[in-house]
Design a protein around this ligand. Structure first.
Ligand code: MN
Ligand code: MN
Length: 475
């Protein structure tokens, strides 16, 4: 190739082509330090927020430290541009809002993430004894691969509400000196029959029972002596009785803490990064959002992993009710049409994770349309499955707008589909946000080992995601 042709080839590739870029190549030395600092803060958040309720608590605590006040405490005063408020829904769903300079009815900027993650929930009557072992029955929540939960150290987090309304907080297993819980696995020596089964059928949902104790009640004549002893212990330690489990939300989550991965510590391995990675980055983005033009909302919802139903999920009315309250607190009056307009003219990022290319699992992604770790925040025009079913496809105009904003702010981004055509797929809250008429685009970092007890994310992507959300709130 002569020199002239070579120059042209380079020019075409650089100026006309679209390729993955490494975040690392684009960062200054100072920014590289910020990437690692941000990773430390994020890991602390993950260790504190392993359930939706704990996430809400952490988000409110951090928001309050940064000047956010509850909308319930505003009554009688009028909200002004720059004011920072929050609204909580049943301890599992929260919205943080920074009031913008423009009227709310002209449209708001929303980032919606979810704070529930796949896990095992205790059944309403969980405790039984078999073969001298006290066990707890579970019902899994969300899309899990059941084998992940065998022989993995588990912690029990959640609440028990007694019939008098008293709430007992339970958190056992996440501190180093706590006992843990475990689902025992079958030894390979005796797994001949199991090895013949399909992976999806090799472990039954009813076999996900938790080992919970062995010491018997003293009276040798008694039946189920271990169960009796555990019941007595639960009464003494936590003041709860067997019937109290019927009004409890107790979740088994991995007891492991968030850790760095790799010689270079560039990755984070932790439970619940789908979708607390977007929850934390959007939280940080709204904390650094001061006097935006358009009102900024960081919305954190529950129940995404089971289809967004229920009164704490995205299909509930909490979000629109909150915007109605906001309008009322700004003007001291309320007219439905302004709420409808605020929602219909909104711009939204459905903040959720994508799947990264994994050399161990070739063939499930179309590499041309797949995300790579370390190549920045991922925009996903549509999710869904089997011919774009069950998705909200972002309008090309809106994708273009977001692309411009990101490029202007030097955000390193990439675009991806979730997997090869007909390989499977998945949805996000985008489709439920889109019902209001707002423009919605899926946008978040890529993970490896998604929905496993140790999901993997790249620190540079986490940082870039935060920067992207920050840029979005100001647009
Ligand atoms: Mn998700
Ligand atoms: Mn998920």
């Amino acid at each position: 190739m002569d020199k002239e042709n070579k120059d042209r080839w380079k020019k075409i590739k650089e100026e006309l082509g679209f390729e993955h870029k490494l975040v690392w190549d684009k960062l200054s030395t100072v920014e590289k330090e910020e990437v690692f600092k941000f990773g430390e803060d994020y890991k602390s958040f993950l260790d504190e927020a392993k359930t939706e309720r704990e996430s809400v608590q952490e988000i409110i605590r951090i928001a309050q430290e940064n000047g956010f006040v509850s909308m319930d405490d505003i009554r009688g005063k009028k909200l002004r541009p720059g004011n920072k408020v929050y609204a909580v829904n049943k301890e599992k769903n929260v919205a943080l809002i920074v009031v913008g300079k423009e009227p709310v009815w002209q449209g708001i900027n929303v980032i919606g993430s979810h704070i529930d993650s796949p896990r095992l929930d205790l059944k309403p009557v969980p405790l039984y004894e078999d073969s001298g072992l006290a066990m707890l029955k579970t019902h899994y929540y969300g899309g899990i691969k059941k084998y992940h939960w065998l022989s993995h150290p588990l912690a029990l987090h959640g609440v028990v509400i007694k019939q008098n309304g008293e709430k007992v907080n339970i958190k056992i297993g996440s501190n180093e000196n706590d006992p843990i819980f475990l689902i025992t696995d079958l030894l390979p020596h005796l797994a001949k029959d199991q090895f013949q089964k399909k992976l999806g059928e090799a472990i039954s949902g009813e076999a996900l029972n938790i080992l919970a104790g062995t010491i018997p009640f003293e009276e040798k004549e008694a039946k189920d002596r271990v169960k009796l002893a555990i019941l007595e212990l639960l009464k003494v330690k936590y003041g709860i009785e067997e019937e109290d489990f019927t009004s409890a939300e107790l979740e088994l989550v991995p007891s492991t803490r968030a850790r760095d991965i790799g010689f270079d510590r560039s990755l984070i391995g932790a439970y619940g990064q789908d979708d607390r990675i977007c929850a934390y980055t959007s939280l940080r983005a709204i904390l650094s959002c001061h006097e935006p033009a358009r009102t900024a909302v960081a919305l954190f919802v529950d129940k995404e992993e089971t289809g967004s139903a229920g009164n704490t999920g995205m299909r509930s009315r909490f979000f629109e009710n909150t915007i109605a309250e906001l309008l009322y607190l700004i003007s001291g009056d309320y007219d439905e049409i302004y709420c409808r307009r605020a929602l219909a003219k909104a711009r939204a990022l459905s903040a959720d994770v994508g799947a990264g290319v994994d050399p161990n699992w070739e063939g499930v992604l179309d590499k041309l349309n797949a995300a790579r770790l370390g190549c920045g925040v991922v925009i996903t025009k549509y999710t869904g499955s089997g011919g774009k079913y069950s998705t909200s496809e972002a309008n090309a105009e809106f994708v273009a707008e977001i692309r411009r904003i990101f490029n202007d702010k030097k955000i390193v981004w990439q675009t991806a589909e979730l997997g090869k055509v007909d390989q499977g797929g998945g949805g996000t809250i985008a489709q439920f946000m889109a019902r209001y008429g707002m423009e919605v685009l899926d946008c978040g970092p890529a993970l490896l080992s998604m929905h496993s007890p140790v999901e993997v994310a790249h620190k540079a992507d986490i940082y870039m995601c935060y920067k992207a959300y920050e840029a979005f709130f100001y647009c």
